[in-house]
Design a protein. Structure first.
Length: 111
C-alpha cells in the first residue's frame, strides 16, 4: 500500500490557496480551473476544511461548482505510529511539488 497525507501538522499552511488548470483528458470545448483553499477553523485540533471550487467553461458558458471536505490533520509521528500499530512496516520518501514538501509511505503488511 502507498499512502501520503496532503497535509500534516508540520506542513499545513493556514488559508493556503492552490490554483491549477485541467489540461489532460478533456474535450476541446471544455476548460476547467481548479481552486483549492485549505483552512483550519479551530487551530490546534486535528481537523481542517478543504474547499474545492471548479470553474468550468463549456462552449464559452461558465458554471461554478464547489465541494467542501472536512479532513484530518495529524503529525508525521502519529502517521508513523498508527501504521505500525496496525501491522505495517513502512518506508518513507519525501518529494517536493510547487515548493511544498510531502511525505509518501510505502507500507508492507506480512500475511
Amino acid at each position: 500500500m502507498v499512502c501520503g497525507p496532503d497535509d500534516t501538522k508540520e506542513t499545513f499552511v493556514q488559508n493556503h490557496v492552490k490554483v491549477s488548470h485541467a489540461a489532460a483528458h478533456k474535450p476541446e470545448h471544455v476548460e476547467v480551473v481548479f481552486i483549492e483553499n485549505n483552512f483550519d477553523p479551530v487551530p490546534g485540533d486535528t481537523e481542517y476544511d478543504a474547499l474545492m471550487i471548479y470553474l468550468i467553461r463549456e462552449n464559452g458558458q461558465l458554471s461554478i461548482k464547489h465541494d467542501l471536505h472536512h479532513l484530518g490533520l495529524f503529525s508525521l509521528d502519529v502517521w508513523r505510529r498508527l501504521l505500525l500499530d496496525v501491522g505495517f512496516e513502512s518506508h518513507e520518501a519525501e518529494y517536493v511539488e510547487d515548493g511544498k514538501s510531502f511525505v509518501e509511505f510505502a507500507c508492507i503488511k506480512s500475511a
